[in-house]
Design a protein around this ligand. Structure first.
Ligand code: NDP
Length: 332
């Protein structure tokens, strides 16, 4: 498969370029809004071409698919253009600035017959696949509650638009709450109904929130508690799932690397749960390519991206108003 990169981004450089190549695919061009940055990026990563024109990128001979990792406000127009050009699209989260825009992207891809997916990497983690399997197989009985710990310390090289530019989609809610929404949906197989939340700044956010805590109601009656932040140096990350017959403790697992530990606790005692240690992004790209070849679906498809964004937007609205906010999934 031949890929074009839309966005000369950090995430592409740190994870996705390698993941594309690990699947035996080629990257044939990169789009940047700045010609010099694009050319330097292409040279640094061994990509033959760079361009500042989206039309030119989409018209590149032999292009099959694009990976969109620009700042969040650009995802919607760039994805619609790629879909209109008949290209398969793997888009970064959040899919767009609003769930309505994200839904428009999904429906456009459906109409065009191209594969459209969201890069929710955590679904591809061996730890999360193991947690999901434990829940689905009934090992912890009926799920009573979930607690997600995702308060990190944003490294300096990522402290740009994320902490000071609302128009580019900054803030911890579009950045991290979307991942937690997707993780919970993936593990439990159900969608949050409504949410309450408090958000604020704790030392890093300039005009956008850098910390949020929220509680979500699930259709089954399970309760979910989520904490996301950019400012916590030593908190570590994790997910706990508590059921009538057992509890699952995932420690150090809300991360980009295949690390952490998963423990199952039941009346029989405590046991370490084995999990795959494959690269999260390589798996995401491999499953995407299989979907393009007509085998299965992407690990997180477009509807998953609409839904994770819908939960995040509800959390932000709940924090703003102090009210319980029902999640609007735009008809999905
Ligand atoms: P970056 O800030 O690295 O890149 C975003 C855009 O910023 C690029 O497209 C680039 O524009 C521009 N840019 C990059 N470097 C510079 C610079 N030195 N000066 C000026 N502009 C610059 O963002 P991230 O890679 O951190 O995030 C990109 C997207 O990926 C976001 O949507 C984010 O939410 C998502 N993401 C997803 C992750 C995941 O694991 N699923 C993890 C991290 C991010 P241009 O292309 O025009 O050159």
């Amino acid at each position: 498969m031949n890929w074009g990169l839309i966005g000369a981004s950090t995430i592409a450089s740190e994870h996705v370029i390698g993941a594309i190549r690990a699947n035996g695919h080629e990257i044939i061009s990169v789009l940047s809004s700045d010609a010099v940055r694009g050319a330097n990026y292409a040279a640094r990563h061994g990509i033959a071409r760079s361009t500042t024109s989206l039309d030119e990128l989409l018209g590149t001979q032999g292009l099959d698919a694009v990976y969109i990792s620009t700042t969040n406000e650009k995802h919607h127009p760039q994805a619609l253009a790629a879909i209109a050009a008949g290209k398969h699209v793997l888009c970064e989260k959040p899919l767009a600035m609003t769930p309505a825009e994200a839904a428009e992207m999904v429906r456009a891809a459906e109409a065009a017959g191209v594969v459209f997916a969201t890069n929710h990497h955590l679904r591809n983690a061996g730890t999360h696949l193991a947690i999901r399997e434990l829940i689905a197989s009934g090992r912890i009985g009926r799920v009573l509650s979930v607690r997600v710990f995702h308060a990190v310390h944003l490294p300096p090289h990522l402290q740009g638009w994320r902490i000071n530019d609302a128009a580019a989609g900054g803030g911890v809610i579009p950045d991290i709450t979307v991942h937690d929404a997707d993780t919970v949906r993936f593990c439990l197989g159900e969608d949050p109904v409504d949410v309450v939340a408090k958000a604020g700044t704790s030392g890093m956010g300039l005009g956008v929130e850098d910390s949020v805590m929220s509680v979500w109601s699930m259709p089954s009656g399970a309760m979910v508690q989520a904490h996301e932040s950019f400012t916590h140096r030593f908190a570590g990350s994790g997910i706990e799932v508590h059921g009538t017959e057992g509890s699952i403790f995932g420690r150090g697992v809300m991360t980009q690397k295949p690390v952490g530990e998963v423990e199952l606790v039941t009346v029989d005692g405590r046991s370490a749960v084995p999990f795959g240690t494959h690269d999260l992004y390589a798996r995401s790209l491999g499953v995407f390519a299989a979907a393009v070849a007509g085998e299965g679906r992407p690990s997180a498809d477009g509807v998953d991206g609409v839904k994770s964004l819908a939960v995040a937007v509800a959390v932000r609205e709940a924090a703003r108003t102090g009210q319980t906010v029902r999640v609007n999934y735009e008809g999905f």
